[in-house]
Design a protein around this ligand. Structure first.
Ligand SMILES: *[C@@H]1O[C@H](CO)[C@@H](O)[C@H](O)[C@H]1NC(C)=O
Length: 224
């Protein structure tokens, strides 16, 4: 193994490296058994997460939810998917645990379009249907797989990924676990074309090598 000598000239590089590594973590570990989110006082002051209720007031209801028992409405958007999440409101006991669960319903030929989660990696399991999943790494290599019931796939943190229902008639169902209580989501097409205010046409035109008319058409197709 190469020995890295810490010379003064390398110090700035090491400091930057240490900073980057210290950022590459999941949510901070809880300092107590649990910190049940106190949603009432949520906006009286700002903390990273939510403040906790008195542990003596903890009850089973804080640790259980039926939020994922029913499908959302996948026809509510033009892509044909719906994601239902656990969060601090429906499962306050997961505050500070660094976890989210998601129920993903996809209509026949529906798509969870290419998107990324800035704060979480994700492991998904197909429960029903045939789901084509894939992610693109930072060298633009695509890793793709077809999942059938019981089969799983992992999407590394921050990388663009998608889930497509290859079956044109039957809907598909998947459950995901994400490594943050607030994974965040950025859908690539919506971030590029549907931001408010819009990214200037010059920028999109050059970035995608398209005309103003193309941009207007894409925006219209996406519901803008
Ligand atoms: C998911 O379905 C619910 C209704 O069950 C709807 O309110 C919501 O907008 C849908 N979400 C998406 C992303 O389509």
């Amino acid at each position: 193994m190469a020995v890295i000598r810490i010379t003064p000239s390398r110090l700035p590089t090491l400091v930057v490296l240490a900073l980057i590594l210290s950022q590459a973590q999941t949510d901070p570990d809880p300092l107590q058994d649990y910190c049940i989110a106190d949603m009432r006082n949520r906006h009286s002051f700002w903390v990273n997460g939510a403040p906790c209720i008195d542990p003596d007031s903890a009850s089973i209801s804080h640790f259980t939810t039926s939020a994922l028992s029913k499908p959302g409405n996948p026809k509510a958007n033009r892509f044909g998917f719906n994601v239902t999440l656990t969060n601090m409101a429906n499962l306050p006991g997961l505050n500070t645990m660094g976890l989210t669960m998601a129920r993903i319903d996809i209509v026949g030929s529906g798509l969870v379009p290419p998107h990324s989660h800035p704060r979480a990696s994700e492991v998904t399991i197909c429960l029903e249907g045939v789901i084509g999943v894939g992610f693109v790494d930072t060298s633009n290599r695509l890793f793709t797989q077809i999942l059938r019931p019981g089969e799983s796939f992992v999407f590394p943190k921050g990388l663009i990924h998608y889930l497509y229902n290859f079956d044109s008639t039957n809907s598909a169902l998947a459950i995901s676990g994400l490594s943050s209580q607030n994974p965040g989501v950025q859908i690539a097409s919506l971030a590029a074309f549907m931001s408010k205010p819009g990214i200037p046409d010059e920028v999109l035109g050059t970035a995608f090598q398209i005309t103003r008319q193309d941009i207007a058409k894409i925006r219209k197709n996406l519901g803008g």
